[in-house]
Structure formats: C-alpha cells, structure tokens
Design a protein around this ligand. Structure first.
Ligand code: VGL
Ligand code: ZN
Length: 207
C-alpha cells in the first residue's frame, strides 16, 4: 500500500475547552476514526513543548498571545501556553482511536524552534525524520487530517508537496484557528501548491 493517513495534532489543547481551542476541533474525530481501518500506516503528530518554549507569549515580557516576534529564523506568532510536555492538554483527545497508529511524531520540543509542519521545523531546516520514515516504508501518497487547517495542517501539506508526495486534504476532517481569514488563505495556498481536496466519504475511491 502506497498511501498513509496523517493525523495532525488532535490533542486536548486544540479541542474545545483546551488552551488553544480550535472551533469545532473535536468534530473531526468521528470522521478520522472511521478512516483508520483503511490504512496500513497511520501517522500521528503531537505538539510537544517545554514550558519555557519561545512560541509562548508568557515567555516574553510585555507580549500578548497572537502578537508576532522575530525569531532568528524569521517571524513567529506567539501563542497561549499549550501542549506542554506531560500535561493533560498535550494528550490526544480521549475519543480519538490511537490503537491503529503506527508512528507518532513529536514536534516543537526544542525551546527555540517552533514546528508547525510534520516534516520540517519553523527554521525550515531541522527535519523531524518523517520524510525518511515514509519513504523507507514505500509511501508515496498522503491523506491529511487534523488541526489546525491554517497552521500545522497547512505547513504539513505544503511540505508533503515539497517532498513530492501526492497530497490529499480530507476537508471534513480538518478545522482551523482562523486569525485574519487565515483558513481561507491556507486553503488557497494549498490548492495553488497542488494539494487535492476530497471528502472522507470519497476517500475509498482513492485506495
Ligand atoms: C498549532 C499553533 C501552535 C497547530 C500548533 O497544531 O496548528 N498551531 N502550535
Ligand atoms: Zn504549538
């Protein structure tokens, strides 16, 4: 099988009630669970920050969440503290079936580099190792689900294209944070890059 399912950051902090809640973030769990048995390889990512992470507004004097700062790799949005290592908020949502997952990639664990993409951190240099894994098991097509459409899902989809995977976004299995229309911009960017949009009901036709 040449296709893998990628589940980005379906963690408590990105779901309603969490520290960086994505509106309706929990509504993607049912459609994702329904797809798991179709895949041999299911890869999850887990945002996994130390409490002194420099993407947290609380670690910068006089800065508020959603402002931006210059990191040595460029502009970085500052976030509320979220997905702190070993916290409840960093755990996968309890309704997500993780028993079929064959690989879990943690990202954002270096204090001075954030990581939106499942492949490459925000310095755009540091690899998570995911590309090597997928190639070594013969994957050439990726089906993306998860949170958030306009940040980690978008950057993962664009990097999947950069790494020459045939890349599909499952539109009913993603939700966005939406800062200044960022969901609409993200969908346009992904489309322009060659990401294909399908629904979870259509997925069977592609396998
Ligand atoms: C994410 C902001 C900060 C995401 C992670 O999963 O999209 N967004 N950390
Ligand atoms: Zn994060």
């Amino acid at each position: 099988m040449d296709a893998a399912l990628l589940i980005i950051d379906v963690q408590n902090d990105f779901c309603p009630g969490g520290k960086l809640a994505v509106p309706e973030g929990d509504q993607i769990i049912k459609p994702i669970n329904a797809l798991l048995s179709l895949f041999e390889y299911v890869v999850q990512t887990q945002d996994w920050h130390p409490s002194d992470h420099l993407s947290f507004a609380s670690n910068h004097v006089g800065k508020q969440a959603y402002e931006t700062i210059d990191m040595n790799y460029g502009e970085q949005v500052l976030w509320p503290d979220h997905c702190v290592q070993n916290s409840k908020g960093a755990e996968f949502h309890p309704d997500l079936d993780t028993t079929k997952s064959t690989l879990i990639v943690r990202k954002g664990f270096r204090r001075n580099i954030d990581s939106y993409s499942a492949f490459t951190e925000n310095d755009r240099k540091t690899s998570t190792g995911l590309h090597g894994f997928l190639r070594s098991v013969g994957i050439s097509r990726l089906f993306l689900t998860g949170l958030a459409t306009d940040f980690c899902v978008k950057w993962s989809a664009l990097d999947a294209i950069n790494h020459e995977f045939e890349t599909y976004l499952i539109t009913d299995a993603v939700r966005g944070i939406n800062l200044n229309n960022s969901v609409e911009f993200a969908m346009q960017e992904m489309k322009n890059a060659g990401v294909k949009f399908i629904t979870s009901a259509e997925l069977k036709e592609y396998l």
